[in-house]
Design a protein around this ligand. Structure first.
Ligand SMILES: Nc1nc2c(c(=O)[nH]1)N[C@@H](CN(C=O)c1ccc(C(=O)N[C@@H](CCC(=O)O)C(=O)O)cc1)CN2
Length: 287
């Protein structure tokens, strides 16, 4: 079997065209969606993601500001900027690119962002709202995965879903969204015994482990939908290419549908950030 490819680039393009139309309509009524992106330090991957976020805003007709701080920035300085942005009516979304340098208490920074502008969905109030099934902002990567699953077609109700990974950014909110969609959800992690026992039962398998090509064909149920959230850079001696947590070549022969890396979940993360910012601006405008 060769799996159907779930093309994140194509879906992102379609959604972003719709966001642009909505942003222009909102701007014509006096509210242009505005996003503030804070980057601390010189992590090369973070620099790329932040640049892509700012470019995506420009292409969709959003206003954006990018705030750069050196790796040794004082947390108080960043917290003061967040307070300023919380009060700025031209800004509807604020995000702090993660990871942060070690002198920062990540939770304290995320809690400083107004929950009404927390377009990453990482503030405790928004995490709680998601748990209760009454979300304000969905975290962008799991939100993007749900859109890809929608695109794959078929009902999620009663399906066995297995999430590998339990991070606050991906694994936990992903499990919650699948649960709310009617799946029976298992969350696996580094201490899970007999991982393959669980993954081979999955109709929907989401890999967010951070280990290159970790999920192989023998771990997948024939016909399953396999979503690869991993982004790993292989060492130079192995070609230096990007690869996911899924061994694409073996899994595509077993799965019914699969996301590639790059071009799968990654572009959807930034797309759903635009969705959240637009929604925040529409709320601010009273729509
Ligand atoms: N504040 C946040 N920090 C981080 C988040 C987040 O959602 N909010 N997620 C990740 C990084 N991330 C967004 O910030 C992100 C990762 C990957 C991509 C992406 O488009 N990937 C491409 C490949 C890009 C490349 O060449 O490196 C793909 O998969 O096709 C977008 C966003 C951690 N931090």
């Amino acid at each position: 079997m060769t799996a159907k490819l779930l093309d994140g680039n194509a879906l992102a393009k379609k959604l972003r065209a719709d966001f642009k139309t909505r942003a222009e309509a909102l701007a014509a009524q006096g509210t242009r969606p505005g996003l503030a992106v804070i980057l601390v330090g010189e992590n090369p991957a973070s620099q790329v993601y932040v640049r892509n976020k700012v470019n995506a805003c420009a292409e969709a007709g959003f206003h954006s500001v990018k705030l750069d701080y050196p790796a040794d920035a004082a947390p108080a300085e960043v917290l003061a900027k967040i307070a300023e942005l919380n009060a700025d009516p031209a800004i509807h979304g604020i995000l702090v690119q993660l990871p942060l340098p070690p002198q920062f208490d990540e939770d304290a920074v995320l809690e400083a962002i107004s929950p009404e502008k927390d377009v990453d969905g990482f503030h405790a109030e928004n995490v709680g709202a998601l748990m209760q099934g009454n979300p304000r902002f969905l975290p962008c990567t799991p939100y993007g995965v749900m859109k890809l699953l929608e695109e794959a077609g078929g009902s999620l109700k009663g399906k066995e879903a297995v999430v590998i990974g339990r991070s606050n950014i991906v694994g936990k909110p992903m499990a919650m969204l699948l649960l709310h969609a009617g799946c029976t959800v298992t969350v696996c992690h580094s201490q899970t015994a007999d991982l393959g026992f669980h993954t081979r039962r999955a109709d929907i398998l989401v890999a967010a482990v951070g280990r290159p090509r970790f999920v192989t064909g023998d771990m997948v149920k024939p016909g399953a939908v396999v979503i690869d959230v991993g982004i790993n850079r292989l060492p130079a001696e192995q070609g230096g290419k990007l690869c996911g947590d899924v061994d694409f070549d073996s899994v595509k022969e077993v799965a019914g549908a699969i996301t590639p890396v790059p071009g799968g979940v990654g572009p959807m993360t930034i797309t759903m950030l635009l969705a959240n910012t637009l929604e925040s601006a529409e709320r601010a405008a009273g729509q």
